[in-house]
Design a protein around this ligand. Structure first.
Ligand code: MLT
Length: 369
């Protein structure tokens, strides 16, 4: 069993569908009065962020906490990294502290891959340079599935700075696996040289692909990764590759507009588009927590006993058990039961032979690569 999630390209169709199905089950947890499962109690998840991030770090933190894991947030700023410590030495420190999973973001493509050689826990890539951002692609696919079904058969147009975008790369690979048809739209200078080998088509004419798109995913121009001028002016870029109200009107009625954030309003996306009912930008953030919970759950819930990932549907069973706990907690007498007593959901886990302080295990034969 592969313990890590480094690249969307490594995910088989079964892996990807298992993550999306588990995320669907876990999404219902947010509707409960206590949106938490005991599944990863006693496990430690380290967020190791060498690059700035708002939504991804918070999203992983929320996901781990909803599964009752302990979370350690490590930011390169203010740490020994600022004193010159190498990634390897930082990894060995985390290893010594017993991290069960390391969620890593790094400006160097390939850093999570290296890290996976040095730690015994699972490594989850939260964005490495211009390489990949697999959980973003998974949450994007999850959002498409919830809004439109699929992604099998959907026509997805990804627009903007493809050259520097790990989101575009992960989406192209994952959507191909899931059976969607992807078209990239960008100025020639913002497309990778090797794009001919990618499983997608390329267009330079945004307006012509819009009427045949079910999904338009807008990407930010990543100025921080640019050392040259890639287009004459922001204004010209925006005129040719930005999505404004007039362009949005060319989309079929059912089509949705996505953006991984952070957005540059008025450059790649107009405010009227970002705030329109077609926009899924806020939903993507919500869905990110469910998808990251699913990834943590599938990677960590069976690893201690080395018997594979949790059984399909275990998330649902845990959620049901926990809902029983919620119902108990809702009763007025619940508070009188004393601090030392377990909640109903936990008692059921014990009765079923499980240890509530350790994740349940099962016999899933496949999991995220
Ligand atoms: C990323 O980390 O790649 C972001 O989610 C997208 C961006 O920075 O534009």
């Amino acid at each position: 069993m592969n313990r890590h999630l480094i690249s969307a390209a490594d995910l088989s169709l079964d892996d990807a569908v298992a993550i999306l199905d588990t995320a669907e089950e876990l999404a219902h947890l947010a509707e409960r009065p206590i949106p938490k499962l005991p599944t990863l109690r006693g496990r430690t998840v380290v967020n190791l962020f060498y690059e700035d991030s708002t939504r991804t770090r918070i999203s992983f933190e929320a996901a781990a906490k909803r599964l009752s894991a302990d979370v350690i947030n490590f930011s390169a700023k203010g740490s020994s990294v600022a004193k010159g410590e190498s990634l390897k030495d930082t990894a060995l420190t985390l290893q010594a502290m017993g991290a069960d999973a390391v969620v890593v973001r790094h400006s160097a493509s390939g850093a999570p891959h290296r890290l996976a050689r040095w730690v015994s826990g699972s490594v989850i890539n939260a964005g490495d340079g211009t390489h990949e951002h697999p959980t973003q692609a998974l949450l994007d696919a999850f959002t498409m599935r919830r809004r439109l079904g699929g992604p099998d058969g959907l026509r997805v147009t990804i627009v903007g700075d493809i050259l520097h975008s790990r989101v575009a790369r992960s989406n192209v690979w994952l959507l191909r696996t899931l059976g969607a048809e992807v078209t990239l739209v960008a100025p020639p200078t913002l497309l990778p040289v090797a794009v001919d080998g990618w499983p997608c088509s390329v267009s330079y004419d945004f307006d012509s692909v819009l009427p045949a798109s079910d999904v338009v995913m807008m990407l930010r121009v990543q100025h921080e990764r640019m050392s040259d001028a890639f287009f004459p002016s922001v204004r010209e870029y925006s005129r040719r590759y930005g999505l404004d109200g007039d362009r949005m009107a060319l989309l079929p009625d059912h089509a949705i507009v996505m953006h991984p954030g952070p957005m540059n309003r008025g450059v790649e996306i107009a405010a009227e588009v970002a705030d329109s009912p077609r926009s899924t930008i806020v939903e993507q953030v919500t869905n990110g927590v469910s998808v990251r919970m699913a990834v943590l759950y599938l990677l960590l819930s069976g690893s201690r006993e080395h018997d594979g990932l949790g059984e399909h549907g275990v998330a649902e069973k845990d959620a049901e058990k926990h809902a029983a706990g919620n119902r108990e907690a809702d009763k007025p007498e619940a508070g009188k039961r004393g601090a030392g007593k377990r909640r109903a959901g936990e008692r059921e886990l014990v009765a079923a032979g499980g240890n509530p302080s350790r994740p349940r295990t099962g016999a899933r034969t496949r999991g995220p690569a």
